[in-house]
Write a protein that binds this ligand. Structure first.
Ligand SMILES: C[S@@+](CC[C@H](N)C(=O)[O-])C[C@H]1O[C@@H](n2cnc3c(N)ncnc32)[C@H](O)[C@@H]1O
Length: 258
């Protein structure tokens, strides 16, 4: 499985959540920055919605940016391989978006400072990110079965590598401590009855990365682990036709103090 190459078709929930996030975006913005744009599907959705004069989309993964350029050769969105933590620009942006990427940022102080510096003082930052440590109970059940059957010791060494506050207000507190005002903050549960194939796509778009990430474990991951996990999920989807899944997300809009 190639996470970066397959993300474009696998990111089902991220796309649905982005459609909800667009409700928090201003209808007009001259300049837009999308942070953690992945292979660019959501960035284009945002572009089509706002039609800005200038849009930059950055991602810390060179492979994702390559995919974005490959899949959208005539794009009006400028794709750039950059980490938000080190982002500096002469341009200030009216709108900055982060859809399903914030949880992966490695340094929140540096990231939020960079966002603030890049934002027009009258601009807005909109965020969609998972919350709750147990972000999808059905995935937890599945993964517990996998660990118990095949990797019981490794399972004991797992910790979530990305930020998922359990209380949505903690996102407001974080941004308010960095001189932002919370203009709106809502939580949404996304409910699905996935077919086996769509469940596999959904799993590969997020959970797979979480559970195969070296930072998720206090010990080294065995060589065959990722392959075994993928085979386990593929086997499950052959044996079960419907997967009822609930995913919790927080959607928020923050404005810098003027
Ligand atoms: C789940 S994908 C989301 C992609 C897209 N925004 C979407 O909604 O489909 C998360 C992306 O964030 C990127 N990312 C993670 N940390 C980042 C950072 N510090 N700076 C910029 N991008 C980052 C990852 O490389 C990945 O492509």
């Amino acid at each position: 499985m190639d996470y970066n190459r397959e993300y474009y078709t696998n990111g089902i929930v991220q796309l649905d959540a982005a459609k909800q996030l667009m409700r928090l975006m201003p209808r007009q913005a001259d300049s837009v920055l999308d942070v953690g744009c992945g292979s660019g599907k959501v960035a284009h959705l945002i572009y089509e919605h706002i039609l800005p004069n200038f849009m930059l989309a950055i991602d810390s993964s060179a492979e994702m940016i390559n995919q974005a350029r490959l899949l959208h050769p005539d794009s009006k969105v400028m794709f750039s391989h950059q980490k938000i933590e080190q982002f500096v620009s002469n341009q200030s942006f009216d709108l900055i978006t982060s859809n399903s990427s914030f949880q992966w940022f490695q340094n929140y102080d540096a990231s939020i400072n960079a966002l603030k510096n890049a934002l027009n003082p009258r601009g807005v930052f909109v965020l969609q990110t998972p919350y709750k440590q147990n972000w999808c109970p059905q995935v937890s059940v599945l993964i517990n079965e996998f660990f118990t059957r095949y990797y019981p010791e490794l399972g004991q060494c797992f910790t979530l590598p990305c930020m998922h506050f359990d209380d949505p207000e903690q996102y407001a507190d974080l941004f308010e401590s960095k001189n932002f005002t919370t203009a709106s903050l809502v939580t949404r549960n996304f409910e699905y009855r996935f077919t086996g194939d769509d469940f596999r796509k959904f799993f590969m778009s997020g959970a797979y990365k979480v559970y195969t990430h070296e930072k998720s474990y206090s010990v080294a991951i065995p060589d065959r682990f990722a392959e075994d996990l993928e085979r386990f999920v593929s086997q499950k989807v052959i044996n079960q036709s419907v997967f009822a899944v609930t995913i919790s997300r927080v959607l928020a809009c923050f404005k810098p103090h003027i």
